[in-house]
Design a protein around this ligand. Structure first.
Ligand code: ATP
Ligand code: MG
Ligand code: MG
Ligand code: MG
Length: 563
């Protein structure tokens, strides 16, 4: 017996107009169809219909996590500061972290993600290699004080995440746990009916090495990814730089060093370059003692030789011509701008030396990088060669022209390695009786974001249009008329419910058929069954929400079709 939800008793107020502040389709439609209401910036209330969809997504996630042996737990969202101090993330997270104080003045935070606490729990609960591997997960409210909490539930400051963590004693074990998650995620997103791609990603604030994202292509997405039409290369543009691989036969440009015992002068530099001392140069990068002090890029900025004086010291001065340090100097322009690193598009240029990336502007003080941390993501002394990715640029793996699209990050999987285990000295007793350091993975799915991503991908001009697995009901029965129609609608709804079909029935009195039809399109249940003109003969109309196809059926036929 599935639930028959009568709209006459459901708290749902649909709106004809888009909310004034809404920019994305999912934001507009989820509000208009009465799924969610904004409580504050980036803070959302899930109304009855919305809560059903959210729970359906959570159920699919839960089933697939259980299927790979995940054990569900529930950690607090209100967390003490100390473990996040130990990992460095109390500071690293910066403004993103919601920090709170208790009555005694002690510091707490609202958890943005839970690596620290899970590490501590496993340290407390597992002592032997026999206790591992272990996969723990939770579906929980997370808090991040996002700078731009627009787009409705796509980017909340409070949101639902499924986060899981794997614990293994060996590197091979970690790879296996990661693989299990990757497969589970593929099943989850396929079941949810999401169109998605798996792309290489940057590990960001999590730390660690290997990481991939699950991206759902959608215009409202805040990520950009490149995708090769000829091979399986796909990457978040944030990550392309970090996926550089050496290309045979391509040499990095020469770096000229002026190793002078005396402080070099403008004149010596100019002489070396074969230009007048008053020259401004567009194809030049100047490093003094490893520090980048000036960069010139065609069409953007120039190195004014005359102004270099203050930087010169009895030191190694390196001059690198732009053609050498970036294969395509013209593409650097987009980077050396006022925007943060996460705003910039990159590509691995086969002509660029592997393992390096250009992270500073004219000097290190004016660092644009926001998601990149010196010494962690790259060697401080290296400069990174970054070029801006453009549609059609060569695929780093096979050279074919890349395609580029916007997408929503719906999932992210990381091989963390021993970063957190080192911080908290998470060891278990190994087979040989000696302690073994545990290696970890962490894996996230934006459960509430997935609802918005689904709305983005499936909605049409009439409204939402849910895949059956996540829809708030299987069938939306509409009583389009008077008492006779309502009676038939309720009768068929009861029968469907008894057969296990989830029914939403619009039995509202005093609401015109026109309004009910419009609402049924907006709410987006996959099948719409109308008790209308031919109700006296026991004939109903079945409409497919997606295709719009209609068909007249008797009650018995309709029940047979829908069960
Ligand atoms: P984004 O790049 O969109 O800010 P993220 O990379 O910071 O996301 P992760 O730390 O990888 O996010 O978290 C795991 C998952 O949680 C993400 O893949 C995403 O689906 C979801 N998520 C992250 N931030 C938000 C948010 N503010 N609102 C809703 N879901 C979110
Ligand atoms: Mg983020
Ligand atoms: Mg991200
Ligand atoms: Mg991420």
């Amino acid at each position: 017996m599935a639930q028959v939800q009568r709209m006459s008793r459901l708290m749902v107020k649909t709106l004809r107009d888009d909310p004034a502040d809404a920019e994305t389709l999912s934001h507009k439609l989820l509000v208009r169809a009465g799924y969610v209401r904004r409580t504050s910036a980036g803070i959302w209330t899930w109304l009855p219909l919305g809560k059903k969809v959210l729970e359906n997504v959570a159920r699919v996630v839960r089933e697939e996590m259980d299927a790979i042996g995940g054990q569900e737990v529930l950690l607090p969202a209100l967390l003490p500061r100390e473990p996040y101090d130990a990992s460095g993330r109390w500071d690293e997270y910066g403004d993103l972290l919601f920090r709170v104080k208790d009555r005694k003045g002690a510091d707490y935070l609202l958890g943005p993600t839970h690596e620290e606490i899970f590490t501590q729990i496993v340290k407390d609960q597992c002592s032997s290699y026999k206790d591992l591997p272990v996969i723990l997960y939770q579906i929980q409210t997370k808090y991040r004080d996002e700078a731009r909490p627009r787009s409705g539930v796509l980017r909340g400051r409070e949101f639902q995440m499924k986060d899981s963590y794997s614990f293994d004693t060996t590197d091979e074990g970690l790879v296996e746990s990661y693989g299990l998650h990757r497969e589970a995620y593929q099943k989850i997103f396929a079941r949810l009916g999401l169109d998605y791609r798996i792309v290489s990603a940057v590990s960001g604030a999590m730390g660690g090495s290997a990481s991939e994202e699950f991206l759902a292509p959608a215009a409202a997405g805040e990520d950009t990814f490149v995708d090769c039409p000829a091979c399986d290369y796909a990457a978040n543009t944030e990550a392309v730089t970090f996926a550089l691989t050496p290309v045979e036969g391509v040499e990095h440009g020469p770096v000229e060093e002026l190793d002078t015992p005396d402080t070099p002068t403008i004149e010596t530099l100019a002489e070396h370059l074969g230009v007048p001392a008053s020259a401004t140069l567009k194809n030049l990068l100047v490093k003094v003692d490893g520090e980048i002090v000036a960069v010139g890029v065609p069409g953007d900025r120039e190195v004014d030789l005359g102004k270099l004086g203050e930087h010169l010291a009895p030191a190694v001065v390196e001059l690198v011509t732009a053609e050498d340090f970036v294969g395509r100097a013209d593409l650097v322009r987009g980077y050396v701008g006022p925007q943060g690193l996460d705003k910039v598009r990159y590509i691995a240029d086969p002509r660029v030396a592997p393992g390096t990336a250009w992270i500073t502007g004219a000097n290190k003080a004016d660092k644009h990088a926001r998601n990149v941390v010196c010494g962690r993501d790259f060697e401080v002394d290296d400069y990174l060669d970054v070029v801006v990715v453009e549609e059609g640029d060569p695929c780093p793996a096979c050279g074919t022209g890349l395609k580029m699209d916007r997408a929503i990050e719906i999932g992210h999987i990381f091989q963390l390695g021993r970063k957190y285990a080192d911080t908290f000295q998470l060891d278990v007793l190994g087979q040989n009786g000696k302690p073994v350091r545990v290696t970890m993975g962490s894996y996230g799915i934006g459960v509430s974001r997935a609802v918005a991503a689904l709305a983005e991908q499936s909605a049409d001009s009439q409204g939402l249009c849910w895949p059956r697995e996540v829809a708030p009901a299987d069938v939306h029965v509409v009583a389009a008329g008077k008492a006779l129609q309502t009676e038939l609608a309720l009768d068929v709804s009861e029968k469907l419910g008894a057969a296990g079909v989830r029914v939403l029935v619009d039995d509202r009195a005093g609401v015109s058929p026109g309004v009910k039809f419009t609402d049924s399109e907006l709410i987006g249940v996959p099948q719409i069954l109308v008790a209308g003109r031919r109700s006296a003969e026991g004939v109903l109309e079945l409409k497919d929400r997606r295709t719009g196809e209609r068909e007249e059926l008797t009650v018995a036929e309709a029940i047979a079709r829908l069960t």
